[in-house]
Write a protein that binds this ligand. Structure first.
Ligand SMILES: [Zn+2]
Length: 367
């Protein structure tokens, strides 16, 4: 199989970078459709406009209605075409960025995304998740390429609730273990080929960065200030994990997350919070050394990520519910089948129950 790595054209990160965005947008186009929800636009619009006008760019600002749906994309496309825009800039959270990526793809023009939170590794990827107008999952839109530019203003990220950065750490924590599993089994990654040494190295660097800087970065996030540790963790959550998951591959941790969505109990938790618990399950599943388990669980607990089912509000009928979760995690096409040696529903159920008990024992020890 061919080895493939893919990434955004350019990744730019810094405190206050949105005030300098015009210089980064200029090489791609001179008229942009700027997409953001009303809250985000209120926060950054003046800064972005001033920088763009200084760089000689013109903008058409559009207010995002909240769902990355086909209707919303069509509405924005009509707007962008009427205004003669030759590129798209999406500023905000996952759904805004996914809409900007999809819109630019359909119009065949460049796209720049500027995430305002670091809660997932989605911004760098060549993927948009399409929902219905009422917010139900509809389909994955696989894009032929990654965004032309990803621009992260760490001042804005630090201003967001700290729990979002923790969720991003949870999502990024899985990256190394999932890529390692895919490399061991020779699985095909999201990039459509075998894992490269480069992708694997980025995934491992992602893990080491979280271990060394995660706790310090969370302190900065709670104080809403930018420090060197916060910069490193934002890069790990957004870029290292983004390239790491797409070109390194997903395995059990994300499949367990998807399984957890089959029951209503943990719906109100963030993606990365469920992925964190899924990572512990994957480590049990591969019978990882106790030391590795202890390190991962300790980091999770320190930054406020769940290490037990109870911490995900799953407390009733646990055994029956975990049967359903294990079944869903093992559905056909799930990334859990990238695990070396394969898995069965029984093995996954066992790993979930052991991860929960292990996490509970640690919580008891620490209390
Ligand atoms: Zn994820």
């Amino acid at each position: 199989m061919d080895r493939i790595i893919q990434s955004p054209g350019k990744y730019i990160q810094g405190a206050g970078v949105l005030a300098r965005i015009g210089d980064y947008l200029k090489p791609l186009a001179d008229r942009y459709l700027v997409l953001g929800d009303d809250f985000v636009l209120g926060l950054v619009q003046e800064k972005v406009k001033a920088s763009c006008s200084a760089a000689g760019l013109s903008l058409e600002v559009a207010s995002f209605k909240g769902e990355c749906s086909q209707n919303e994309i069509a509405r924005l496309r009509a707007l962008a075409e009427k205004a003669g825009c030759s590129a798209v800039l999406g500023i905000g959270g996952g759904k805004t960025l996914d809409t900007a990526k999809a819109l630019a793809h359909y119009m065949n023009i460049p796209v720049v995304v500027a995430p305002t939170i670091a809660s997932t590794d989605a911004p760098c990827s060549a993927l948009s998740v399409i929902y219905t107008d009422s917010g139900e999952f509809e389909s994955y839109l696989l894009l032929p390429s990654n965004p032309n530019r990803v621009i992260v203003d760490t001042e804005i990220v630090a201003g967001a609730p700290a729990r979002l950065l923790a969720a991003g750490i949870g999502d990024a924590l899985a990256t190394w273990f999932e890529a390692r599993a895919c490399a061991r089994s020779g699985a095909t990654t999201m990039a459509g080929g075998e894992c490269t040494r480069a992708a694997l190295a980025l995934a491992e660097l992602c893990y080491n960065t979280l271990m060394e800087e995660g706790e310090k970065a969370m302190i900065a996030a709670r104080q809403h200030v930018v420090t060197e540790a916060l910069e490193k963790v934002v890069e790990a959550n957004t870029f290292l994990s983004g390239v790491g998951f797409e070109s390194g591959g997903l395995a059990a941790a994300h499949a367990v997350h998807n399984g957890l969505t089959a029951i209503p109990d943990a719906h109100h938790y963030f993606h990365g919070e469920k992925v964190a618990f899924g990572t512990l399950v994957q480590l049990i599943l591969e019978n990882a050394p106790l030391e590795e388990l202890d390190d991962v669980a300790a980091l999770c607990h320190t930054v406020g990520l769940p290490i037990t089912l109870a911490e995900l509000d799953i407390t009733q009928d646990v055994a029956a519910k975990m049967r359903i979760v294990a079944q869903a995690a093992c559905a056909e096409g799930e990334t859990i089948h990238n695990m070396p040696g394969g898995v069965t529903v029984d093995k996954v159920y066992a790993a979930i129950m052991v991860a929960d008990e292990y996490g509970q024992r640690l919580l008891d020890q620490w209390s």
